[in-house]
Design a protein around this ligand. Structure first.
Ligand code: UDP
Ligand code: MG
Length: 332
């Protein structure tokens, strides 16, 4: 189901992971908001939900013509769901928002108005929300801080995945071949005429957050390693500092050996040094490992996500074996 482009159509892209209770309400609210704005489609990406999300989507899509859905074969994560949404959107622009109604649909007309004023990216930034849990605020704030420090990206605190992208931007993103696509960073990176809008996040309508600590950590590592190789340089600096320290310490030990008597001190120093150097090595190897791992994943060129089901019955996915590659032996 590759998206033919339809002028004037506005696509709404909604990733959903176990959101069965939110979707009917969301679709109603979206319809109310979109009706006056002209033709639209709602494209929901079921990210391998384990509850009734898919059944709910099937039902809803039978009632509402403008609703389409894609269902992943398993959970590939929010970023992949968004990406699939952009890749399959047919609109002249696409607006992404969360399924839990934290991104108020009532803001959509403002986004569309800015787009009609010729902005190509209309992104939103959430105002600080005092009701958010301490953990969430802390992780979010520090995530952006770390990302800004580690890369050259200008990402604002509270930048959310609630944004409008013009067709030009969507097509640019679609042309990227990298698997590990950190969209928030990429959208800041691609440029275009951008407009910023602030909004008050609402409370999650039903259910609990689908972003576990593990998923947030993965997102942070992905964000940093997708945009910068600075940590590799940091590891070189760390290595150099260790080398300097070892040289000084070595000189000191030699001095003691030649110019002082009775030098059998040292058990503690040996242990400390071993730990310190060992530790630094682990850090450096770990950082190199992360980048090497990414190279490994990218080189394989696996599909970034797999669609198991869609609302379009005629477009059943058929798997085609790739043509065998010509192989010539280096020995002949
Ligand atoms: N989501 C997803 N796949 C995941 C986790 C989350 O598609 O693996 C969706 C989720 O259904 C929601 C959006 O991403 O529409 C944001 O997730 P959530 O509201 O749980 O995150 P929070 O608002 O707590 O940061
Ligand atoms: Mg949410």
């Amino acid at each position: 189901m590759n998206a033919p482009f339809t002028p004037d159509l506005i696509s709404l892209v909604v990733p959903a992971f176990n959101e069965e209770e939110n979707l009917p309400v969301l679709v109603e609210r979206l319809r109310d908001v979109m009706e006056p704005l002209g033709p639209y489609e709602i494209l929901i990406i079921d990210d391998g939900s384990t509850d009734q999300t898919k059944a709910v989507l099937r039902q809803l899509s039978q009632v509402h013509d403008e609703l389409r859905f894609i269902s992943f074969s398993r959970n590939f994560g929010h970023q992949m769901a968004l990406r699939a949404g952009y890749e399959h959107a047919r609109g002249a622009c696409a607006i992404s928002l969360d399924a839990d109604l934290q991104h108020p649909p009532e803001l959509i007309p403002t986004l569309v108005q800015k787009w009609r004023e010729d902005f190509e990216v209309v992104y939103t930034v959430r105002k600080p929300d005092p009701t958010l849990s301490w953990r969430k605020r802390f992780t979010s704030r520090n995530f952006y801080k770390l990302l800004r420090a580690a890369s050259d990206l200008e990402l604002e605190d509270g930048a959310a995945d609630f944004r409008l992208l013009d067709r030009k931007v969507i097509d640019t993103l679609k042309s990227f071949k990298e698997n590990d696509l950190f969209l928030r960073g990429m959208i800041s990176w691609v440029g275009f005429r951008q407009c910023r809008i602030e909004y008050e996040p609402a409370a999650r309508f039903a259910g609990t957050t689908k972003y576990s600590f593990k998923k947030m950590f993965q997102l942070a590592v992905m964000g940093i390693t997708s945009f910068t190789t600075k940590p590799l340089y940091a590891s070189v600096v760390l290595g150099l500092l260790m080398a300097l320290f070892s040289t000084l310490f070595g000189l000191e030990v030699l001095y003691e050996y030649f110019f002082t008597d009775g030098i059998v001190s040292g058990y503690t120093t040996v242990v400390l040094l071993t730990l310190l150097i060992g530790g630094a090595q682990f850090i450096v190897i770990g950082i190199i490992g992360v980048y090497l791992g990414k190279t490994f994943v990218e080189v394989k060129q696996r599909p970034p996500y797999i669609i198991g089901d869609t609302s379009e019955i005629e477009e059943v996915i058929t798997w085609q074996a790739p043509a065998p590659r010509a192989y010539s032996s280096p020995l002949t």
